[in-house]
Design a binder for this molecule. Structure first.
Ligand SMILES: [Zn+2]
Length: 406
C-alpha cells in the first residue's frame, strides 16, 4: 500500500498543476481580484453578436457585442470588432475613439498593436483623413512588414492621390509576398502603375523617361494595352510615326478584342500616308477572324462614309447591329448614313426590323467587380478602384418579350 503513496502524490501534483494551469489561463489578477478572461467570449451576447454579424444585421450585432464588451473591458478582440462595426455603419468618430483607447493599453503584444493600428488606419481612410491613414498603415508595416492588408490599403491611398511612384513601390512589396499563382495578376497591376508614371513623364514632355516607363509596363505584362497606345503616342510626338504604327499593330496582334482602341490612330496614319487601303484591310481581316467584331465593322463603315460610299457602309452597320443591338454609336452612324441617302424606304424598313426588339444602353461597359457602368472603357474603376475590371456589357435581345418581367 505504501508503495503506491509516491505515485499517488505525483498524480495529485500533476492534476493540481493542470488545474492551476487552466485557472491561470482562464483567470487573470487585476486590481487584487481574479478576472475571468473568458467572460466576454462565454456570454451569450458574444455568440449572438457574431451570429448577427454573419447574417449582416449590423445594428443587432453592435447591440450584442456592446453587452459582451461591457462584461469584460479587457477583451481586446470584442472591442476591436465593435469599433470596426461602428466604422462600417459610418460612425467613424466612434470607431476612432474605440480603437484609439485600445492603443492606450499598457501590455499590447506586437501583433495586437499592429492589428489595432490597422483598424485605426481603416477608420481614418473611411473618414477621409488621408495623411493620418497613411501614417497608421506605415506604422503597421514597421511592426509587421509583411502585413498585406496594410500594403493593399496604402497602395489604394497613394493611387487615389495619384502618387503613382509610391503606389508602385507598395505594390512591388505586395508582389514579393504574393503566392506564385497570383504573381501574373500583381505584375499586371504593376504594369498599369508604370503606365501612369509614364503618362506623367509624357505630360512633362520628358519623352525618353515616358518611353522607359511604357516599355517597362510592357515587359511586366504584354497585355498592358494602354502602354501600347501611349508608347505609340510618344513616338508620334518624337516624330517617329512608323515606330508608332508598328507598336499599335502589335497591340492588334496581341489583343484583337482591344484592337478598336487603335482604330482612330491607325486610320489617321493610313489616310495621312496616302494608303487608306491599309486600314480597310486591317478591319476586313479582324471581321474575318472574329465575325462578332462589331467595332471593326463600325470603323470600316465610318471609313467608307468619309470615302463617299454610304451604301456599302450601311450594309456593314446593319451587320454590326445584329452583333450588338445596344450600341448607340452604331445607331447614330446608321441615322447619319440614312440621312445622307435621303431615307430610302427599303433601307429604313430593314433598320426597323433589326431594331424591333432592341433595348438601348448608352453605357456599354461594366465593372465585373462592382457593376459600375461607364460609357468609356476605363482601366481603373472609379467606384471600387480595381484595375482592368471593365468588360463590354452585352445583353442578348429578349427571345419573347411577353416572358420578360423587369
Ligand atoms: Zn468597380
Amino acid at each position: 500500500m505504501n508503495s503506491y503513496a509516491p505515485l499517488l502524490a505525483a498524480l495529485i501534483a500533476l492534476l493540481a498543476g493542470l488545474a492551476i494551469g487552466k485557472a491561470w489561463e482562464r483567470y487573470k489578477l487585476r486590481g487584487g481580484t481574479w478576472i475571468d478572461r473568458r467572460r466576454a467570449r462565454q456570454s451569450p451576447h458574444y455568440i449572438l453578436g457574431l451570429n448577427f454579424l454573419v447574417s449582416n444585421q449590423i445594428d443587432l450585432a453592435i447591440e450584442e457585442l456592446s453587452h459582451a464588451a461591457s462584461l469584460d473591458a479587457e477583451a481586446l478582440e470584442v472591442h476591436m470588432i465593435l469599433g470596426n462595426l461602428y466604422r462600417e455603419k459610418g460612425q467613424v468618430g466612434k470607431a476612432i475613439t474605440v480603437h484609439q483607447s485600445l492603443l492606450q493599453r499598457a501590455r499590447l503584444s506586437r501583433v495586437e498593436h499592429a492589428y489595432v493600428l490597422l483598424c485605426l488606419g481603416l477608420d481614418y481612410k473611411r473618414g477621409g483623413f488621408v495623411d493620418r491613414a497613411v501614417e497608421a498603415f506605415n506604422e503597421v508595416l514597421r511592426l509587421d512588414p509583411k502585413n498585406e492588408y496594410a500594403l493593399v490599403n496604402l497602395q489604394k491611398l497613394h493611387e487615389e492621390q495619384h502618387q503613382w511612384i509610391e503606389a508602385y513601390d507598395t505594390r512591388q512589396r505586395l508582389t514579393k509576398l504574393a503566392a506564385i499563382e497570383s504573381q501574373p495578376q500583381s505584375q499586371a497591376i504593376l504594369a498599369f502603375l508604370e503606365n501612369e508614371i509614364g503618362l506623367e513623364a509624357m505630360r512633362r514632355k520628358d519623352y525618353p523617361e515616358a518611353v522607359r516607363h511604357f516599355q517597362a509596363a510592357l515587359d511586366l505584362d504584354a497585355r498592358a494595352i494602354p502602354a501600347y497606345l501611349n508608347l505609340g503616342d510618344v513616338r508620334v510626338a518624337e516624330g517617329k510615326e512608323k515606330d508608332a504604327v508598328t507598336i499599335w499593330e502589335t497591340l492588334v496582334e496581341i489583343a484583337p478584342d482591344r484592337a478598336y482602341l487603335t482604330f482612330d490612330r491607325l486610320e489617321a496614319h493610313a489616310v495621312r500616308s496616302g494608303s487608306p487601303d491599309r486600314f480597310t484591310k486591317l478591319c476586313e481581316r479582324l471581321i474575318e477572324e472574329n465575325p462578332q467584331d462589331w467595332r471593326a465593322r463600325l470603323a470600316l463603315a465610318r471609313h467608307l462614309i468619309s470615302d463617299g460610299s454610304p451604301q456599302g457602309a450601311l450594309d456593314l452597320l446593319f451587320a454590326a447591329l445584329v452583333q450588338n443591338p445596344h450600341a448607340l454609336s452604331i445607331h447614330q452612324a446608321i441615322w447619319r448614313t440614312l440621312g445622307q441617302l435621303r431615307h430610302p424606304q427599303t433601307l429604313v424598313d430593314r433598320y426597323g426590323d433589326l431594331t424591333e426588339h432592341a433595348v438601348f444602353y448608352l453605357d456599354p461597359h461594366v465593372c465585373m467587380r462592382c457593376r459600375y457602368r461607364s460609357t468609356e472603357l476605363l482601366w481603373q474603376c472609379p467606384h471600387c478602384h480595381d484595375w482592368n475590371t471593365f468588360v463590354e456589357e452585352r445583353i442578348a435581345p429578349a427571345q419573347d418579350s411577353t416572358e420578360v418581367e423587369v
